[in-house]
Design a protein around this ligand. Structure first.
Ligand SMILES: N[C@@H](CCC(=O)NCCCC(=O)O)C(=O)O
Length: 252
């Protein structure tokens, strides 16, 4: 059987006088080796993209993390210099992409910024600069440029018993990495909590009565996908979902 195709969201980055549409290799490798699927970067071209035509031809969507923040104006907040950087091209592409993928029952795996985008796409809000909020811990990455250190284990999460995440990983708490300043505030329509940090930060979500597989994590399972059990199992589960979708899509 030919391998399923997974759209991977892109950041718009200005380098050498050009705008590039880019995804970090860790996400592409996680789809390739963790989910045994073919990653295909979707450029963040916003309204110029025929998203329906793109979604007609794929079997899943991976919404990646990014240092840029979802613009607060998209959920009734105010965008400020200090809460940036922003990526309007990405926002204008990924929010409608996730909304339609979910509606069509196309498997979605949303990571970090991707989870935040899914929440906003479904009408939810975000908490900004979580580390400044009363009762919340600092969920930002360690201040080093050494990636292995930035993606190191940071804190445990409690898994919601009987949920989608528990079905994949079991109900025991486990340790995750943490590289974020934003977090889910009000949950988007239909989203349910699948895991939480000790300070109440929502760390994973799924979609109630979803026609397809939808799982979102605030942490980064892609980074240690080949060496960390829970990370590997999450991408394997996504791979199973996209293969099943492909068979249905192609009538195999
Ligand atoms: N910018 C948002 C989303 C966080 C996120 O996706 N982090 C991954 C970035 C990886 C890195 O820092 O290299 C937020 O801060 O909440």
């Amino acid at each position: 059987m030919t391998k399923p195709l997974v759209l991977v969201t892109a950041d718009v980055k200005a380098v050498d006088g050009y705008n590039w549409h880019a995804a970090a290799s860790t996400y592409l490798q996680a789809v390739l080796k963790g989910s045994d699927a073919i990653p295909m970067i979707l450029p963040s071209l916003g309204a110029d993209l025929d998203l329906e035509a793109a979604l007609d031809q794929v079997d899943g969507v991976l919404a990646t993390g990014s240092r840029s923040n979802v613009n607060p104006e998209l959920y009734g907040g105010e965008s400020t210099e200090e809460n940036g950087p922003y990526d309007p091209g990405r926002d204008s592409t990924t929010l409608p992409l996730l909304r339609r993928a979910v509606e069509r029952g196309i498997p979605v795996f949303a990571v970090c910024r991707g989870m935040q985008e899914l929440n906003v796409a479904l009408g939810g809000t975000l908490l900004t600069e979580v580390q400044t909020l009363e009762g919340r811990k600092d969920h930002r990455a360690p201040t080093t440029e050494r990636q292995e250190e930035r993606f190191r284990i940071a804190h445990p999460v409690e898994v919601t018993p009987g949920g989608c995440l528990a079905a994949v990983l079991g109900e025991e708490p486990f340790e995750v990495n943490s590289l974020h300043r934003q977090a889910v505030g009000d949950l988007g329509n239909g989203l349910i909590i699948e895991a939480q940090a000790e300070d109440g930060t929502i760390e994973a979500a799924s979609l109630k009565d979803s026609p397809g597989y939808v799982l979102a994590t605030q942490w980064h399972p892609e980074y240690w996908v080949m060496t960390d059990g829970p990370s590997k199992r999450l991408f394997e589960a996504f791979g199973e979902a996209v293969r099943a979708y492909r068979e249905k899509r192609l009538g195999l």
